[in-house]
Design a protein around this ligand. Structure first.
Ligand code: HEC
Length: 249
């Protein structure tokens, strides 16, 4: 009986797991594997974001002076490396682009990226940035595996190089043939090799995760301190208990 119940529980677990992976669907994603506590990576990500993304995207919930604190940079370093002329340390990471123009140029207004990592997940952001491929039918000349019809151009093409999709024909249960994209093939080399480009995108993703919840960094640090405190506290309370009970035993 007990054994049957175990078998049932395992079968149910397997069912839930398999149904959730089916529900996720879509093309396979790699794990972003970014480490939020890695301040160097966050510093690099901030620089990439300013240099490559802020032409179109704002991060309007982030203030520059907060970046200085959290990313362990001096105010001078932030002013010199991360700020445009005319912005002040108390300003947020806003951009000057008029949404109407942006809509006209790209067909879509580039969204504010303050919360994107929380809304869509870090793995998504990582894969999205790596997922642009050549598609001559699109206005930009590229499409994105993870956001079909994306109106964002492949802004990192010089670093990544260009890639084209590789298709395979599969026959479904009804006997009809479908073309499925199974991967990419490099067409031109980028300035970075694939590992370096992964790191570039990982740093950016890390930065986007950080800005989507800046207190997370602090919360993790605080968590470690609380656990250490509890450990020490436990030691003392145990010794105290031994002391109180030693005559009674
Ligand atoms: C030339 C303008 C431009 C630049 C530069 C740009 N983007 Fe975009 N981005 C867009 C537009 C337009 C969209 C809206 C795409 C859509 O919904 O079709 C977008 C959408 C996005 C999205 C949301 C995708 C989604 O699933 O909704 C992310 C994430 C993103 N961009 C990240 C970045 C990052 C990171 C950079 C810097 C490396 C960057 N973008 C640089 C124009 C730009």
């Amino acid at each position: 009986m007990v054994k049957n119940r175990w078998v049932g529980a395992i079968a149910l677990g397997a069912l839930i797991l398999s149904s959730s992976s089916v529900a996720a669907g879509g093309p396979k994603m790699e794990a972003a594997n970014n480490v939020l506590g890695n301040v160097r990576s966050l510093q690099r990500g901030a620089r990439h974001f300013v240099n490559y993304c802020m032409g179109c995207h704002s991060a309007k919930y982030v203030r520059y002076n907060r970046l200085a604190d959290d990313l362990q940079l001096s105010e001078q370093q932030v002013t010199d490396n991360l700020m445009f002329v005319g912005t002040k340390l108390l300003d947020t990471m806003n951009i000057a682009m008029d949404p109407l123009d942006a809509g006209r140029w790209f067909g879509q207004v580039p969204p504010d990226l303050s919360l994107i990592a929380r809304a869509k997940g870090t793995d998504y952001v990582f894969n999205y940035l790596k997922g642009f491929y050549l598609d001559p039918e699109r206005r930009n000349g590229t499409d994105n595996l993870f956001l079909p019809g994306a109106s964002m151009p492949h802004v990192l093409w010089e670093l990544q190089g260009l890639q084209k999709p590789v298709y395979e024909a599969i026959i479904d249960v009804n006997g009809s043939v479908h073309k499925v994209m199974v991967g990419f093939e490099r067409v031109t080399e980028g300035l970075l090799n694939p590992e370096e480009f992964d790191q570039f995108v990982r740093d950016l993703t890390n930065f986007l995760e950080y800005i989507s919840e800046p207190v997370k960094l602090e919360r993790k640090k605080l968590g470690v301190r609380v656990l250490l405190f509890l450990l020490v506290f436990f030691l003392f309370s145990y010794l105290l208990k031994q002391e109180y009970w030693k005559d009674i035993k």
